[in-house]
Design a protein around this ligand. Structure first.
Ligand SMILES: [Zn+2]
Length: 142
């Protein structure tokens, strides 16, 4: 079983903005690049992105490549067709991934039977091509 982003689902992706372009550039390089507070005593990694650090409020915030690895904190399995573009991948999981850096990200674990998805399972980032040179964020079993 091999997952791919259909044209219909690719249309639903958010457009890159000036703020989050480093994230999209990272995915195209196969990396999970997120914001990292530059204040030594803070060092917060954060997602989603903002112009300031959610933890300490500093606007001295940059971007770092994470390990791209973490574990499933929790998940749900979606059986209902909420949008026509997702009909061909039912059932699928929506997972909260806790990165090794401590930040949690909502994503999907792909290339796995939904019955095999487990809390605590180690996963790694697995960006998938989504047309026009863009990549979408996904994870797979590590
Ligand atoms: Zn901070």
């Amino acid at each position: 079983m091999s997952f791919s982003v259909s044209e219909d689902r690719a249309k639903l992706l958010a457009e890159p903005t000036e703020l989050d372009q480093p994230f999209w550039d990272g995915l195209a390089e196969g990396k999970l690049r997120i914001q990292h507070c530059s204040i030594d005593t803070c060092g917060n990694y954060q997602y989603p992105f903002e112009t300031f650090c959610f933890r300490c409020g500093s606007d001295d915030i940059g971007w770092d490549d994470t390990s791209g690895e973490g574990e499933i904190h929790t998940f749900v399995t979606v059986h209902q067709r909420y949008h026509a573009a997702f009909a061909d991948i039912l059932p699928y999981n929506v997972s909260v991934i806790e990165l090794d850096e401590g930040t949690r990200i909502v994503s999907n674990v792909i290339n796995i039977d939904t019955d095999d998805v487990k809390i605590g399972m180690r996963v790694k980032v697995a960006p998938q091509p989504a047309g026009d040179g863009r990549y979408a964020l996904f994870f797979e079993k590590a």
